[in-house]
Design a protein around this ligand. Structure first.
Ligand SMILES: [Zn+2]
Length: 248
């Protein structure tokens, strides 16, 4: 179903969601003791998406696919996706907003998240280059001065980082969602602002679990904000597939 959006409405709410999809791949450095992580791909590298159409016009894409099998890269289906929140610059109702958005992704994918509390961490752009234990997904708010990918009308950036779990197999192990502080403040002024804010977070979390963009305004994975605030049929199909990855 097409959703005509008036030019006026569009120009007022045309915050781009993540134009910069972050998919980093981390691997074990063979020269180290095997515990050091290093980044193989830089932040902001767009991967080529494979558009999948199920015949009903409902599409989805995956952020990354396995190098040999072509199956989507997923999280461990049997482990919780831990996340921490940096509340600096966040809307006052950020806990409820995030909990609602996480519940949407959990409901559609079957994956489970675990809130690990607040943090002061702000390493949105180099989560992959940390040494030591793999950190949880980081969610926070920032300005383009700190995260240049938020420049322009970008409301958020989200993505995951994958580690090698076999010779030709990757699995997501961490990720980040960074939301534009000023865009969220502007959305808060609108009567439908809370729904739009939640939709942005759901979109970015969908990137974290492995969805890419689609060129269909009937889906929440359309790269710009529309009046749609709920997951579309293709979004749900893609998330369902991402929840059926290997149990490691
Ligand atoms: Zn996006």
């Amino acid at each position: 179903m097409s959703r005509p959006v008036s030019h006026r409405a569009r120009t007022r709410t045309s915050f781009l969601l993540a134009t910069v999809l972050t998919v980093l791949v981390v691997t074990f450095n063979p020269l180290s003791s095997g515990k050091h992580l290093r980044s193989m791909l830089g932040i902001g590298q767009d991967l080529t998406f494979t558009i999948t159409d199920n015949g009903a016009g409902a599409g989805y894409t995956f952020a990354a696919t396995q190098p040999r099998s072509g199956e989507p890269v997923t999280w461990d289906r049997c482990a919780e996706i831990r996340y921490v929140v940096n509340p600096e610059g966040a809307p006052a109702d950020q806990r409820r907003l995030l909990a609602d958005a996480v519940a949407d992704i959990e409901g559609a994918s079957g994956l489970e998240f675990r809130y690990d509390g607040t943090t002061t961490a702000r390493d949105f752009r180099d989560r992959a280059s940390l040494f030591g234990p793999v950190p949880p997904v980081l969610v926070g708010w920032a300005t383009p001065d700190e995260v240049p990918e938020l420049a322009g009308e970008v409301a958020g950036v989200g993505g995951a980082e994958a580690a090698r779990t076999g010779p030709d197999e990757l699995a997501y192990v961490t990720g980040m969602v960074v939301l534009d502080r000023d865009a969220f403040a502007a959305l808060a002024e609108r009567p439908d602002g809370a729904d739009l804010q939640r939709a942005v977070i759901v979109h970015e979390l969908a990137h974290v679990v492995g969805l890419g963009h689609v060129d269909d305004t009937g889906e929440l994975m359309y790269p710009e904000t529309t009046r749609r605030t709920e997951l579309g049929p293709g979004d749900r199909t893609g998330l369902d597939i991402l929840g059926q990855g290997p149990c490691r």
